[in-house]
Write a protein that binds this ligand. Structure first.
Ligand code: GUN
Length: 280
């Protein structure tokens, strides 16, 4: 079974669009997502353009604030402060990676946790880890929604996550723990990756190594979610060898067309949630 992330994301965007229409009729206000883009890193420019296009399609107004790569950290922090205090802005996203003169830690900490649509601020990270209400990072949230389409009850399932990043692996682990999974997080220093992966009922690969997961790394009863986006020659491939695995697996996401569209749809969902919580 191949999981159609494009279709699932389109369904989610439709729900979001309808809810925004409904709210607009009642109070004549729209959510707003403001994105800060620093420098001219091509993938970031593409992501940001995509975020803007998708926002507009569901009725979220969107603006992009661009800075050259030499911008001073203080200038960006001042802008974030201004956006934090602007009642018309529901969500703030600073596109990563940042140039080296700018501290990622300072930027993430500066964003008001109530407008932190990425869910990267330590207040949101801590709330998620504590099992409290929080804004959940978009990619792991998208992965969970895809998994739950195929497995309603995750209780007792063994989830193996490859990768321990703040963006993906760690929040994914927290979400699956909340679903009562037994969670193993493996990474570059893990002794026997293959052996650990073979235990997975749910395998999430978020490590950035092209085609790392081979067919003898997964049980045929597993659900495989591939977060990887790796450029190999002029092709984009995931962290999982899709061609080897796709015909003998319970469910698998393709790359592209799997997790990617869900990430953006979840960003729209987070923006709407921020808007509803604080601006209606
Ligand atoms: N760069 C790559 N992925 C992301 C993301 O999810 N959020 C932000 N802010 N930057 C990114």
């Amino acid at each position: 079974m191949i999981i159609d992330g494009k279709k699932e994301a389109a369904n989610l965007r439709e729900e979001i669009k309808n809810e925004i229409l409904e709210i607009k009729k009642r109070i004549n206000k729209n959510p707003n997502l403001t994105v800060i883009l620093i420098g001219d890193f091509t993938p970031s420019q593409i992501y940001v353009r995509n975020k803007e296009k998708n926002s507009k399609e569901v009725g979220i107004t969107s603006n992009i604030i661009k800075y050259p790569k030499e911008v001073k950290e203080k200038e960006v922090l001042n802008k974030i402060n201004e956006l934090n205090n602007d009642k018309n802005i529901s969500g703030i996203l600073v596109q990563l990676p940042l140039p080296e003169q700018i501290s990622k830690e300072k930027i993430i900490n500066a964003i008001d946790p109530k407008k932190d649509v990425d869910g990267f601020n330590p207040i949101n990270v801590g709330n998620l880890a504590s099992g409290y209400k929080s804004i959940v990072p978009c990619t792991p949230l998208g992965c969970l929604l895809l998994i739950k389409k195929f497995e309603k009850n995750l209780s007792g399932k063994h989830a193996v996550i490859i990768g321990r990043s703040n963006l993906n692996g760690k929040p994914m682990a927290q979400l699956l723990l909340k679903e009562n999974c037994t969670v193993t997080v493996v990474h570059s220093k893990t002794n026997n990756l293959q052996e650990e992966c073979l235990k997975a009922d749910i395998l999430v690969a978020a490590v950035g190594v092209p085609n790392l997961v081979k067919k003898d790394w997964v049980k045929s009863s597993a659900i495989v979610i591939d977060v990887g986006i790796n450029k190999v020659g002029d092709k984009i491939v995931g962290d999982v060898n899709f061609e080897e695995i796709k015909d003998n697996i319970k469910a698998i996401t393709p790359v592209p067309g799997g997790v990617g569209p869900m990430t953006i749809a979840c960003l729209l969902k987070n923006t709407l949630e921020c808007f509803k919580a604080h601006q209606i």
